[in-house]
Ligand binder design. Structure first.
Ligand SMILES: Nc1nc2c(ncn2[C@@H]2O[C@H](COP(=O)(O)OP(=O)(O)O)[C@@H](O)[C@H]2O)c(=O)[nH]1
Ligand SMILES: [Mg+2]
Length: 201
């Protein structure tokens, strides 16, 4: 999915760079191309329209600062607006030598389990030693879902099928991973309010 986004954005950028001149039609086309790439990559629709509106308006209105061509200035606008969406380089920092615990919260179906696995994969690729605790004791099959997707990323998942006490599962999981020198423990939860409170306590 991210590859598609990369290709889509790259194609739009290429169109800009290869153009012989910049006019309103080209800017509008560019905004449309970026809009399409972002929507296909599953980015929130409202956000996509906001970003592409900014890109279009700024590209049409702003005068490039001295020394910068109109083209380069538009590339900079694209970069600015897209980084607002994707974030700048480093949004998180895990303390080295310390076990960093990340609790995933949110309403049911909002993507906690999926994000847990994606994060596990991403952080592993970034060089962190990552393990996962499955503390969603509410949804049937939750642990199987988590294990199935984390397996693909080669990340160990701790869970206790049948244990309905999510706080206890977290405690047991932390104990289980205690001696293993992990950098990050991701904790997938059911995200219900009552349990969130349990877990936070
Ligand atoms: N389109 C889309 N679907 C997603 C995304 N993340 C999760 N899902 C799907 O949304 C559903 C709920 O996700 P899940 O991770 O189980 O949510 P949870 O209940 O918060 O753990 C699943 O069918 C996922 O495949 C996403 O970024 N885009
Ligand atoms: Mg879940």
């Amino acid at each position: 999915m991210l590859d598609n986004l990369k290709n889509g954005l790259r194609a739009a950028l290429k169109k800009l760079v290869n153009s012989s001149g910049i006019d309103e039609a080209l800017i509008k086309e560019l905004a449309k191309d970026i809009q399409r790439a972002l929507l296909q990559a599953d980015v929130n629709v409202k956000l996509v329209f906001e970003i592409t509106k900014n890109i279009e308006e700024r590209s049409l209105k702003e005068t490039p600062p001295p020394g910068l061509s109109r083209k380069d200035h538009i590339v900079k606008i694209l970069y600015d607006e897209l980084s607002k969406l994707l974030g700048t380089e480093k949004l998180y920092s895990f303390q080295p030598g310390k076990l960093n615990k990340v609790l995933l919260l949110g309403i049911q179906g909002s993507g906690k389990t999926t994000i847990t696995a994606k994060l596990a994969k991403f952080l592993t690729k970034s060089g962190y030693r990552v393990a996962v605790i499955g503390a969603d004791t509410f949804r049937p099959g939750a642990l199987t879902q988590l294990k199935t997707i984390c397996e693909k990323a080669n990340v160990e998942v701790f869970g206790e099928e049948g244990n309905k006490d999510s706080a206890q599962v977290v405690k047991n999981g932390l104990k289980h991973f205690e001696a293993s020198n992990f950098d990050v423990i991701l904790i997938d939860t059911a995200g219900r309010h009552k349990e969130e409170k349990d877990l936070l306590e």
